[in-house]
Design a protein around this ligand. Structure first.
Ligand code: GCB
Length: 594
């Protein structure tokens, strides 16, 4: 059949929504790792997907074909191709891929014995940016967005022997994507997080939410959702350490809401207490470690467990310290969070997209509060509904994955987006979705601000009205004047809400020294930090800060030879892990100030 144009367009339509339920508690499940070496084909012209008329080819590379006889023409061979490690970005694994933006096909063979009556899903922690997944030559589905998990059910397709999974990964940037073409970070492509097969009972606990109740003290509330066909089940929730056990029944849709009494010790940075939580249905059991705390705002203050708290933080990209590339494991997370502790911090802003789950689970254990955000960054296409649905889907996947993680106290929906009517309506809808999914966390965004006279900057971005906490990025001393300019500026806001200075900073090449007004030196950066710290004391409603940034990170925007060489140098720590002078200034401030 000749494929007509509308069908081509249809095939290319991006499907954001999950086609099967997102399995959220991977750690407590029976899993089989598909990590390791995958065969790859670098395919900049998408030969494996389109024919020469640019129509989808039904015999694309996903068929993993071999010539059946000596005459057959097959122009690829996965098994003779090179390999890449999963999880991992491709850019830092092969020099020729450092700046590659396009399609790479990944293939892995595996055997799997699925227990009778069980269901099987293939789960991807993240693929940047667009993934099309095939099993044994059949398409499972697509996913768009490079920083959130997705899965497909493969119960009916899996064989005991000789399965092959193929993923078309495409990290080409595009104006309507989230993020859009213009960012200040590396566009690391590939299967950047773990891939697992996840085995579950035929009816399983698909998802649940458990938090301290907002309505009453010493109560917990939440919900549980089953997936399968045996929806009416008896469910128990247990916290063995405090001898707590309650039983409930799910309704005909496999859903239940609960509210019960529970007296627990509260989680905080000084006492990151976690409890084993066991949720058991008639067919499934899951076990997770969860802490309990309350995060609220009262006028200009942030309250943790009812007490005013100052968030002493730092921003970070998801880059592996020392070795570079995307961070993807617990060891990377440990280095990053130990640096936060060394700074005397209690807070990290995970910029500018959802980071991998390791760092969030470790922050739960170490008592570090988290700001988590989606890549609605700078100049998204505000009036494009597909762009909105994409952003909303990424937000939903972030919250779905992390809503039971104690350390997350702030959901951020955008960064430095220019004020306009269209942008306001876009962001309002994201804030609404955030509250619908989780009304126990605070909502924030890094907002716009502007001068109202030579010495006063106003924070009155209209989106502030819809937020709990105002995020403020400012670069006095770097993009705006010299370091001492910070002494002459006052900030004002018309919001009676907490303000977090979510960015300030300056570039310094570690080891480059000079006087405190010579750009790119450690002394200049230290100078900026000193003046900024004085400014912090004058920021209205200041409740926290996360200067920009913990460590130098790769960015193709940064072209100055000998200094930047494609690195943003605003790190307090170099890409080799060496601390710059400013690190110690911030550390001292956090030690003494609060
Ligand atoms: C910003 C952005 C951040 C950049 C930073 C910079 O305002 O939010 O993504 O990396 O400035 O270094 O210019």
């Amino acid at each position: 059949m000749k494929i007509t144009l509308p069908l081509v367009i249809l095939l290319n339509l991006i499907i954001f929504a999950q086609q099967s339920p997102l399995i959220t508690n991977i750690e407590g499940r029976k899993t089989f790792s598909l990590n390791g070496n995958w065969q790859i084909i670098i395919d900049p012209y998408e030969m494996g997907y389109y024919n020469y008329r640019y129509e989808p080819n039904e015999n694309g590379y996903f068929k993993n074909q071999k010539p059946k006889n000596k005459t057959e023409l097959i122009e690829y061979d996965f098994d003779k191709s090179e390999t890449l490690k999963v999880p991992g970005d491709w850019n830092t694994q092969k020099e020729k891929l450092l700046l590659y933006e396009g399609t790479i096909w990944y293939k892995k063979d595996f055997d799997y014995q699925l227990e009778k009556g069980k269901r099987l899903f293939v789960y991807f922690g993240a693929v940047n940016y667009k993934a099309i997944v095939y099993l044994n030559g059949q398409k499972l589905g697509e996913h768009e967005g490079g920083f959130t998990p997705f899965n497909f059910e493969i119960t009916d397709l899996i064989k005991e022997k000789d399965n092959f999974i193929v993923v078309k990964v495409d990290n080409k940037r595009s104006r309507e994507f989230v993020p859009t073409v213009n960012t200040d970070w590396w566009n690391y492509g590939g299967i950047t997080r773990d891939v697992n097969l996840v085995e579950v009972p035929s009816t399983f606990i698909e998802d649940y939410f458990i938090q301290l109740s907002k309505e009453a003290d010493n109560k917990m509330s939440g919900w549980i959702q089953l997936d399968g066909n045996d929806f009416k089940q008896k469910i128990s929730v247990r916290i063995p350490e405090i001898n707590l056990e309650y039983s409930f029944k799910t309704d005909e849709n496999g859903y239940l809401r609960f509210l019960f009494n529970a007296v627990v010790e509260l989680w905080s940075p000084n006492y990151p207490k976690l409890y084993d939580i066991i949720i058991e249905s008639e067919t499934d059991t899951i076990k997770e470690k969860i802490g309990f705390r309350k995060i609220e705002v009262k006028g200009p203050n942030i309250l943790l467990n009812g007490k005013k708290i100052f968030l002493k933080g730092i921003s970070a990209h998801e880059e592996a310290p020392l070795k570079g590339g995307r961070a993807n494991n617990r060891e990377d997370a440990k280095i990053i969070l130990n640096w936060v502790k060394e700074l005397n911090g209690n807070f990290i802003r995970l910029a500018h997209y959802p980071h991998n789950e390791n760092i969030i689970r470790l922050a739960d254990e170490m008592g570090i509060m988290i700001w988590s955000e989606i890549p609605v960054y700078w100049t998204i296409l505000w009036n494009n509904e597909q762009t909105f649905l994409n952003a909303k889907n990424q937000l939903t996947e972030m919250i779905t994955r992390d809503k039971n993680r104690t350390s997350i106290v702030l959901w951020s929906v955008s960064n430095e987006t220019p004020v306009s009517e269209e942008r306001l309506s876009f962001l309002k809808r994201l804030a609404e979705q955030t509250r619908n999914l989780d009304d126990t966390r605070l909502i924030t965004a890094a907002l716009e601000n502007h001068y109202i006279n030579d010495s006063t900057i106003m924070i009155d971005d209209p989106f502030g009205e819809y937020l709990d906490v105002i995020g403020l990025n400012e670069y006095l001393g770097w993009y705006d004047g010299l370091p001492e300019k910070a002494d002459k500026i006052n900030y004002k806001t018309n919001y009676d809400k907490p303000v977090i200075v979510s960015e300030f900073g300056a570039d310094a090449l570690q080891g480059l020294h000079g006087d405190s007004l010579t750009r790119w030196t450690e002394e200049y950066q230290a100078n900026v930090y000193e003046h900024q710290i004085n400014l912090m004391k004058r920021i209205p409603n200041l409740s926290g800060m996360s200067p920009w940034i913990l460590a130098d990170f790769r960015s193709p925007r940064r072209n100055l030879p000998g200094i930047q060489d494609h690195w943003n140098r605003k790190g307090l720590i170099s890409d080799k892990g060496i601390k710059k002078k400013a690190f110690y200034i911030l550390k001292k401030f956090y030690e003494e100030a609060f």
